[in-house]
Design a protein around this ligand. Structure first.
Ligand code: S3P
Length: 179
């Protein structure tokens, strides 16, 4: 069956959660292409709404302010027409965010092994919680703390060793079971 035919009747938003480096933006773009729905990147929406970059928010206002903006950005989304929503890795830490995400659509956890995430994060920039001076052990601790939260998603999709198309197919198959 064609991937595009798998979920023809599914009309709820698809919300991607997972740790930094899990591939939420990449998979989000592939899902936008497949469904034709708008892709909203919550981090980009926060930057638009606040008029400052994420590293600036963390440096000048602190993480707690960023978390408030994250919840505000989620609240500003309408459940009326379906979107693909790529969230930031820490969205799962606030219970209200879960209520808001559940009212928008289905939550998909993009799971990856620590080694995969660590390697991807090593070459990345612009993530205040995954900077080189923070140290690998500290970032891994954050990942471990969040693991039980990610498990609360409606559907868990493994991304290790899988190409974008395979991940998208697994998401669509998971959604089909929820229709
Ligand atoms: C964060 C993840 C980032 C961004 C912010 C905080 C986190 O998004 O929201 O830097 O707490 O894990 P990505 O997961 O897209 O990197």
């Amino acid at each position: 069956m064609l991937i595009s035919d798998m979920c023809k009747n599914f009309k709820q938003s698809i919300i991607l959660v997972g740790f930094m480096g899990a591939g939420k933006s990449t998979i989000g773009r592939a899902l936008r292409h497949l469904t034709g729905w708008p892709l909203i990147d919550l981090d980009e929406l926060i930057v638009q709404q606040q008029g400052v970059s994420i590293p600036e928010i963390f440096a000048e206002q602190g993480e707690a302010a960023f978390r408030r903006y994250e919840t505000e950005a989620l609240r500003s989304l309408s459940p009326l027409s379906p979107i693909i929503l790529a969230t930031g890795g820490g969205i799962v830490s606030c219970p209200e965010n879960w209520q808001l995400m559940r009212s928008l659509g289905r939550i998909i956890y993009l799971r990856a092994e620590w080694e995969t995430l660590r390697d991807r994060l090593a070459g990345s920039s612009g993530r205040p919680l995954a900077t080189a001076d923070r140290g690998e052990a500290d970032i891994q601790r954050l990942w471990l703390q969040r693991l039980p939260l990610y498990q609360q998603a409606d559907c868990i999709v493994d991304t290790d060793g899988q190409g974008v198309e395979e991940v998208v197919r697994d998401i669509m198959a998971g959604i089909k079971d929820m229709e």
